[in-house]
Write a protein that binds this ligand. Structure first.
Ligand code: SF4
Length: 704
């Protein structure tokens, strides 16, 4: 008899609902869940093909493996042996070098319950804050931006607001390719309301621009100047909300003088766009009843990422477009559970339920809840993603446990990160399949259950907590990530990890949110199974149905309840261009691949879209270097080089080149890996890397 269960897509931050059918041979097929509030039955190409990755177990890790020293091959061992050895090494390192000698590097693809137990283990029991995730690489600038302006890391709107907005400003994002189902909702809204105005700012003319009323093809790194210029026009035209500014914000006067310190002509020249287009964009925003600013990596992945976020949120604040229907700032998350990870405190500077690590009362609340001695949780933030690999290089960090991510493709300046893993005393890799690049350095390999093989929850880009059913058993001896962590914690001798199910972990996490801004103490698996997805907060006391829109009373989470309009210098701080490296490299996703291709790379249909890495280059830059379309080119930076085919495109500005982020080593060569080139600069506030701006040169390697 076949069986149907509901779950959530494991790819992007849109968080679509899926119905999974399992036949008597344990083969699964998928379709969009018509009852899910996010996608209402729709799926994109990646979601539609999820069954291929779930059914194909050819490269799955099936058994724990271990090597007894760095020169020996990995060999199969029992779970007890693998975890006892790991616990013995961790105990010895902690005893000799202290708790900060070990670290966990996790992923925005982990389920909330998994994040919760890892965070509890390291912060509450090992006594270090050395946990960070690959979410640091995609949304940490938005987190800091929200906290500074609104007083809390929160997306104020719901997906339904998209359908009632009459102006959407898509800044540094290509949702038509990277958040396709969300974009289909925008397309449907535009069809219904042809007056819906769409502004896109991006140095590349992407698929998203096909719906744009105006495309501001700005120079990389000039976003703040552009947002300030739009702010200036709104003020000049009297299109601001004076009552809202006076009653509900701080900082307007300073902002006003900041944006007026640059003339519109100067701003237009800096950004490489026309004054007319800036005024047009401002008029669309100024005349809108509902205005949504929507952004992702183009703003976040920058050395000034936090300020880019703040400068865009400022446009919502000066126009009063927040807490109203069809209005608000809306950062898109790249990964399916980047937001859930933050809810349980899964970054090196956070505590559960968005509590603040530096706040002693908050630390004590968590310590009491976890029944550990007061003073166990350290106040100093732990190492962030890039810092972990830097400290492996210096030798201060001795051991790293990598869960569900492939850092040797995804980290910036990746050859330096690889040197760090080579120097590490001990590396644990916990994953579903053989991530060749990273697995090579593992001392212990732990096989994990994949999507549809475990139960839990994730939170998408719009605060919707969505449920995932277990549909089928994991192959071999693979276990759910949360069970692996709990078994290890017990081998370390810690109490508080005797969970019998993912549901018990969820209930503990939900109880710990009670009384906070993200209270979900009224929400349980039963409600989630029925409703599929619910937006937090969902407090017990109010029997609420979830919270679609925040700040409807214009009271913010800051101490004086006012939002902050913040001002700062608009200059970019990225790597300087030089005569040796005069081109700007920007990196990103393509439509049918996901992260490091460990899942999507196995699906022929998805590989047919774009089958290999490439360099997108404007013909003007190519011809100046005697490069023809499809020639193999060598791209070099101060860090390293790569060789891929050149693809001519008028859609990218001269002076800028683009490479996709997905490819790693092929046939023992790492020359497809774009992060050989990227730099190690990070935003000083969010610690998010500057993936969108590296100085490079391109030369002909081999003629087509
Ligand atoms: Fe999955 Fe994102 Fe596609 Fe939805 S839009 S099906 S969440 S990849």
């Amino acid at each position: 008899m076949s069986q149907n269960k509901t779950t959530t897509c494991c790819y992007c931050g849109v968080g679509c609902g899926i119905v999974v059918h399992k036949d008597i041979h344990e083969r699964i097929t998928v379709e969009g869940d018509k009852n899910h509030p996010v996608n209402k039955g729709m799926l994109c190409s990646k979601g539609m093909n999820l069954h291929y990755t779930a059914n194909d177990k050819s490269d799955r890790l099936l058994y724990p493996e271990m090597r007894y020293n760095k020169n020996m091959p990995l060999q199969r061992v029992s779970w007890d042996t693998a975890l006892e050895r790991t616990a013995a090494v961790f105990k010895a390192l902690i005893k000799k070098y202290g708790p900060d000698s070990v670290a966990f590097y996790a992923s925005g693809q982990c389920l909330t319950e998994e994040y919760y137990v890892v965070n509890k283990l390291i912060k509450g029991f090992i006594g270090s804050n050395n946990i960070d995730t690959n979410s640091r690489l995609c949304m940490s600038s938005a987190v800091v931006g929200y906290k500074m302006s609104l007083g809390e890391d929160t997306v104020p709107i719901s997906y339904d607001d998209i359908e009632i907005a009459d102006c959407i400003f898509v800044a540094g994002a290509n949702p038509a390719w990277c958040h396709p189902i969300l974009w289909r909702r925008v397309e449907a809204a535009k069809q219904k309301n042809p007056d819906l105005k769409i502004i896109v700012s991006d140095p590349r003319k992407t698929q998203t621009c096909s719906l744009a009323n105006v495309h501001l093809q700005l120079n990389p790194g000039t976003d703040i100047t552009l947002h300030h210029a739009i702010g200036r026009c709104l003020i000049e035209d009297g299109k601001i909300d004076a009552d809202f500014i006076i009653n509900s914000t701080n900082g307007y006067e300073k902002y006003r003088s900041t944006v007026f310190s640059t003339s519109l002509a100067e701003a237009a020249a800096t950004c490489g766009v026309t004054e007319y287009d800036i005024r047009l964009a401002a008029s669309y925003i100024g005349n809108a009843k509902g205005f949504i600013s929507m952004w992702t990596m183009g703003l976040n992945q920058s050395v000034v990422g936090t300020n880019k976020n703040l400068s865009l949120i400022n446009l919502n604040l000066i126009t009063g477009h927040i807490g109203k229907p069809g209005s608000g700032p809306f950062s898109l998350t790249g990964q399916p559970n980047a937001m859930g990870g933050r809810e349980v405190g899964g970054l090196s500077n956070l505590l559960p339920a968005h509590r603040v690590l530096a706040n002693e009362n908050h630390r004590n609340e968590v310590e009491k809840f976890w029944q550990i001695p007061l003073g166990t949780i350290q106040s100093k933030p732990g190492l962030t993603a890039t810092e972990m690999f830097d400290e492996l290089n210096t030798g201060k960090l001795k051991a790293v446990w990598i869960l569900c991510t492939n850092p040797l493709i995804s980290l910036p300046d990746v050859r330096t990160a690889e040197e760090g893993l080579k120097k590490a005393k001990f590396v644990v890799v916990q994953d579903i399949s053989n991530t060749v690049e990273t697995l090579k350095y593992a001392d212990v390999v732990l096989p994990a259950a994949a999507w549809v093989e475990k139960e839990g929850t994730m939170t998408n880009a719009g605060r919707y907590i969505s449920y995932l059913s277990k549909v089928t058993d994991a192959p071999g001896e693979a276990l759910a990530d949360s069970e692996i962590i709990c078994r290890f914690a017990k081998k370390m001798g810690y109490h508080g990890f005797d969970f019998k199910s993912a549901g018990e972990i969820y209930n503990e996490h939900a109880a710990l949110t009670e009384g906070t801004n993200i209270d979900i103490s009224g929400l349980n698996y039963e409600i989630l199974r029925e409703k599929r997805a619910v937006q937090w907060p969902y407090p017990k006391a109010e029997k609420a149905l979830g919270t679609a829109r925040l700040f409807t009373d214009h009271q913010f989470y800051t101490p004086d309840k006012k939002a902050n309009i913040l001002s700062f210098d608009d200059r970019n701080q990225s790597e300087a261009l030089t005569p040796e490296h005069p081109l700007i490299l920007t990196t990103g996703r393509i439509r049918d691949q996901w992260h490091t291709r460990s899942k999507t790379g196995k699906v022929n249909k998805l590989n047919q879209h774009i089958s290999e890495s490439f360099l997108e280059i404007n013909p003007v830059d190519a011809e100046a270097r005697s490069i023809k379309n499809n020639d193999i080119v060598e791209i070099s930076s101060l860090r390293g080089n790569v060789r891929v085919k050149a693809k001519f495109s008028e859609d990218i500005k001269p002076g800028v080149v683009f490479m996709p982020m997905h490819w790693g080593k092929i046939l023992n060569s790492d020359l497809n890996r774009v992060n050989n080139l990227t730099n190690n600069l990070v935003d000083p506030q969010s610690k998010e890397p500057d993936f969108k701006f590296s100085a490079v040169e391109v030369k002909l390697h081999q003629k087509v």
